[in-house]
Write a protein that binds this ligand. Sequence first.
Ligand SMILES: *[C@@H]1O[C@H](CO)[C@@H](O)[C@H](O)[C@H]1NC(C)=O
Ligand SMILES: *[C@@H]1O[C@H](CO)[C@@H](O)[C@H](O)[C@H]1NC(C)=O
Length: 434
Amino acid sequence: MMYPTAILALGLFSSVAQAAVQGFNYGATTRTGADMFQTDFEAQFKAASELANTNGAFSSARLYTMIQSSTTDSPITAIPAAISTGTKLMLGMWATGGNIDNEIAALTAAIKTYGMKFTSLVHGISVGSEDLYRISPTGIMNDPNSVGAGPDVIVSYIAKTRAAIKGTSLEGVLVGHVDTWDAWQNSSNSAVATACDFVGMNTFPYFQATEANGISNAQSLFQAALDVTTKAAGGKPVIITETGWPVEGKQSAAAVASTTNAKSYWDTVGCSLFGQTDVYWYTLVDANTDTATQPAFGIVGTTLSTKPLFDLTCPVVKSTSSSASHSATSGSGSATSAVPTAFASTLSNGVVTTISTSVTPSASATTGGSDSSSPSTVLNIVNDTDGVVSTQTSTSSAPTSSSSSTDTSGASTARFNILAAGIAAVAAAFVALA
Ligand SMILES: *[C@@H]1O[C@H](CO)[C@@H](O)[C@H](O)[C@H]1NC(C)=O
Ligand SMILES: *[C@@H]1O[C@H](CO)[C@@H](O)[C@H](O)[C@H]1NC(C)=O
């Protein structure tokens, strides 16, 4: 079967124009409510980037507030911690409670104090988090004391934030808002999406207790939420700002909290997103104090560690048959390694592929074929169902052509390409295996 590779490649290139990032959500206090300081943030950022079997991919941090805990408007010490550890940042401005001026003061002070060392790490700024959800009937049902903010407030805070960064080295950074998928679905909130450069989606099938939310249905609930949010976003990028499955806690309708199910959710939902879309998993260390009433989402449990409770290696996904061909040069070698965790990804058609550019191919890997257009290099890791795993590098013109391989054995071929912008080291490691 011939895949429309050029179209496929175009879609991929446009979605990964900038390498997708992975990370976790980080609060301003520990699970027991203690203030987090620079060393605490550093320890967490370091552990995240050294998590076993993730190739250092979880090196971005989403914050909820710009304000250091227990201060009025001092910048959060996650910022110097991010600078010292090279952690990228999705900043958060806490929008509920009318404290936006202090959030802006902290943001402005951080720009002045840390300059480009700080601002060069920033992927975006989320103005608010789940404020719209908290004033919705569902939010109020789940917590009668719930306090949030309405769409007009969020829109005005987005404007204030844009004004605050104008003329600074953060000008031009994407400004958006994070909310639950059902808040985005609500057309009364549409002015918020309109005001955003990106839309941040939080979604937890575990909590969707009025639906068939067992783990076996979790991926389809996630996909439905993403489809709803994508529609509401009207063409703006959608970032997965929170998702995950609890490792422990009470049952929620058909949803059972367990490490087995947390791994299943990671493998299906997480691994299909990693390397494709910006994802901030919920979460690294459990943030709740009372697992009797609140489920625990920490993938390392309650104590910081680089050893997760379950293996984070993404599964090698079997693909449907691929026999597309292209004139790009292709070569092969052999390797016996699993696909790098965070970069294997599944396309909806079942072909596992991402595109890498700017990888320097190893001399051994390029043979035959021709493509005279200006080159970019693609690294594929191919696993034939007959068990032969090989790497292939191809030189082809981006973005209109994709490397592809013909499986001469006629067996299914899964193609694992590594998204390498910014992660050349990982790609180089695989080239070295060839
Ligand atoms: C829809 O959004 C508006 C504004 O945020 C809110 O007042 C209303 O309760 C929401 N409705 C539902 C069904 O969530
Ligand atoms: C290649 O695919 C086979 C069959 O699906 C699988 O058993 C094997 O683990 C895969 N090899 C690697 C290195 O992932």
